[in-house]
Design a protein around this ligand. Structure first.
Ligand SMILES: [Zn+2]
Length: 190
C-alpha cells in the first residue's frame, strides 16, 4: 500500500512524496525527510508558505496514519516487534548514563562561546561525543550556522546528524559500538 500526498493550491497539484504502509505504520515516516525538497519547490508559489503546506499535509495525513497504526497494532508482527523493542531499549537505557553540566559564563560574547564549543566538539578526541550548547535569554541555543560553522556530522556515516537522527538511519547498537570505539581509541592514546 502506498499513499501519494498532493496539495492543491489554486488548482495546482504537487506530488510531495510516496510513503509505504510500513513507514506509516511504524511511525518511521517523517514529512521533513521524505518531502522537504518538494515542499520547498511548492512553497515558491505565491501566497503559499512552507509552514502552511506542512500544516495542510499533516492535517490530511494524521487521520490516515492513525488508522494504519491502529490496524498494524492488531497484527502478530507488531506484538513481536514491540517485545523485541522493549528489550533493546531497556538494555540501552541500562548501558548508557547521561551526564550533563550547566555553566553560567560571563564576560564573553555568546557567539565567541559557541565558537569555542564547536572547536571542542571538532578537535578534542572525544569531542564528537560532546554536545556543547550555548543558550540565549529565551533558552534557545545558538545554532552552528549562526557562527558560520557546518552542521554536526553523523558519527557513523558523516552525513547530516540531524537527518540520520530523524530518519533513524542507524541502530542503537551501531551507535553504541561507535561510541565505545571512540572512547577505547582515546584511552589507548593516553
Ligand atoms: Zn548517519
Amino acid at each position: 500500500m502506498y499513499c501519494v500526498i498532493q496539495e492543491i493550491q489554486k488548482k495546482k497539484q504537487f506530488g510531495i512524496c510516496t510513503v509505504d504502509y510500513y513507514d506509516l505504520a511504524t511511525e518511521w515516516f517523517c514529512l521533513y525527510d521524505w518531502g522537504n525538497s518538494k515542499i520547498e519547490t511548492a512553497a515558491k508559489e505565491p501566497n503559499c508558505s512552507e509552514e502552511e503546506i506542512y500544516t495542510l499535509i499533516e492535517k490530511k495525513l494524521e487521520p490516515i496514519q492513525e488508522q494504519i497504526i491502529e490496524e498494524f497494532k492488531q497484527t502478530e508482527e507488531y506484538k513481536t516487534h514491540e517485545k523485541h523493542e522493549k528489550i533493546t531499549t531497556l538494555h540501552a537505557a541500562r548501558k548508557v548514563e547521561f551526564n550533563a553540566a550547566v555553566y553560567l559564563v560571563q564576560g564573553i560574547e555568546r557567539q565567541k562561546l559557541k565558537e569555542i564549543g564547536v572547536l571542542l566538539e571538532e578537535t578534542h578526541p572525544l569531542g564528537r561525543l560532546f554536545d556543547v550548547d550555548v543558550l540565549k535569554e529565551n533558552l534557545e541555543s545558538v545554532g552552528r550556522t549562526e557562527i558560520g560553522a557546518t552542521r554536526r556530522k553523523c558519527l557513523l556515516c558523516n552525513g547530516d546528524a540531524k537527518v540520520c537522527g530523524r530518519s533513524r538511519a542507524h541502530t542503537v547498537q551501531e551507535l553504541q559500538e561507535k561510541v565505545a570505539s571512540i572512547i577505547r581509541n582515546w584511552e589507548e592514546s593516553l
